[in-house]
Design a protein. Structure first.
Length: 150
């Protein structure tokens, strides 16, 4: 199991971090650990009490399947966040991992690998919010508690 983060720069909304994302289908099958670390978008970073609650969206090179809501990352954004230019990539917006930065067993102390432009983050945020309205309950809670940091 990963070690708990003790000191770190808390990621902000729009940051891209390397994170062992746990897909909803894997969690539903009883898995508790992400199979691999992948670039993930911090869609929302909320300060709550003494913690920062993170809503993390996976970035994948696998084309979205039918029923999956994902946004393709433009070339300029891929340059900005350090992703491979010649490979198509998507941010999946209809599921997310919820974690607490200061108490995370999964988030390594690291600087973000990149940051999305404000405009692209707004696009992702709108689509994420819309997907939450259409498909509630698509969260994998990795906080280790039920009060989500309060």
């Amino acid at each position: 199991m990963a070690k708990k983060v003790t000191t770190m720069t808390v990621p902000e909304s729009g940051d891209i971090v390397v994170y062992p994302y746990l897909w909803l289908r894997e969690a539903a099958a009883g898995e508790t650990e992400g199979r691999k670390s992948r670039p993930s978008c911090v869609a929302v970073s909320l300060e709550k009490s003494e913690h920062h609650v993170l809503f993390l969206l996976p970035i994948t090179t696998q084309a979205p399947t039918k029923g999956t809501h994902a946004i393709e990352i433009p070339q300029l954004e891929k340059q900005r966040i350090g992703l491979e230019i010649g490979v198509r990539s998507w941010v999946v917006v209809d599921e997310y991992n919820l974690d607490i930065a200061e108490n995370s067993y999964y988030l390594e102390p690291q600087e973000p690998i990149g940051r999305l432009s404000r405009q692209f983050l707004i696009t992702i945020s709108r689509e994420f919010y819309s997907a939450l309205q259409d498909k509630p309950g698509r969260e994998v809670d990795r906080t280790g508690d039920d009060d989500r940091g309060s």
